[in-house]
Write a protein that binds this ligand. Structure first.
Ligand code: DX5
Ligand code: ZN
Length: 232
């Protein structure tokens, strides 16, 4: 199991987990692009956007089902949607291994996270760059993963927001205080330059889209980011 509740802080394990985001892949050749990273990726990160929570619209459950059928890789489904309570089962039914919902979109966080876990998947909670970290206090004990957004959700290729590092420090302190250590994931503007910074501030799962799929050799680019993080 990937999460390490109540044991050591998540970043005490040196291994950095890579979750390439298919948002920056070529959607007309998605299978070919995913095949380049699937053998060594820890997750494939699937960005679901609804045009309401985010100013962009992407893909839905049919893609998750096809990815699951075609590749032997864990799927990290990042739901950037309003009312995720109504749609988490679409993704759980189709084989999502990790489902992350945004705190800003949740009315009943405890209920949704418990439901995801009861369905046998890992439960993640994401926070946007302007959402106070202290609002996570009551969920760190019931989440397998906390996703700290390092860009405003909606698009690939944006620049890393530097205040993310202070926010990661706050989250680590909060987790210590609550004696619970979910995995910490960071998403947005991650590359070989920013990876060492976020890992040294507690991140263990790195999402990278444009830095992976914008490269000539996505698998090499992904492993370079992992190594940069592990050298932190
Ligand atoms: C942004 C998405 C990210 C995006 C990251 O809303 O959640 O997963 O694909 O893309 P890069 O790595 O290009 O910033
Ligand atoms: Zn994402």
């Amino acid at each position: 199991m990937l999460s390490d509740h109540s044991s050591q802080p998540a970043n005490s394990d040196a291994r950095v987990l890579m979750a390439p985001s298919i948002l920056s892949a070529d959607f007309l050749n998605l299978g070919e692009d995913v095949a380049k990273v699937a053998p060594t990726a820890d997750f494939i990160h699937v960005d679901v956007m609804d045009g309401h929570f985010t100013p962009n619209l992407t893909i839905g459950p049919a893609f998750v089902e096809s990815l699951k059928r075609s590749f032997n890789v864990r799927l990290d489904v990042h739901l950037m949607v309003d009312n995720p309570e109504q749609t988490v089962d679409w993704y759980l039914d189709r084989g999502a291994d990790l489902v992350t919902v945004h705190l800003e979109a949740l009315t009943h966080a405890n209920r949704v996270l418990s439901h995801i876990r009861e369905r046998g998947a890992l439960a993640g909670v994401a926070v946007n760059p302007a959402t106070p970290i202290c609002l996570l206090r009551e969920v760190v004990q019931i989440a397998d993963l906390i996703l700290v957004m390092s860009v405003n959700p909606g698009f690939g290729g944006q620049s890393f927001i530097p205040t993310t590092l202070r926010r990661l420090d706050e989250l680590c302190a909060l987790c210590d205080d609550m004696q619970s250590h979910p995995l910490i994931e960071v998403d947005g503007g991650i590359n070989t330059t920013t990876a060492p910074d976020v890992v040294s501030h507690g991140a263990r799962v790195l999402v990278a889209g444009s830095a992976v799929f914008g490269a000539d050799d996505p698998e090499h680019a992904m492993e370079s980011i992992r190594r940069a993080g592990e050298g932190a």
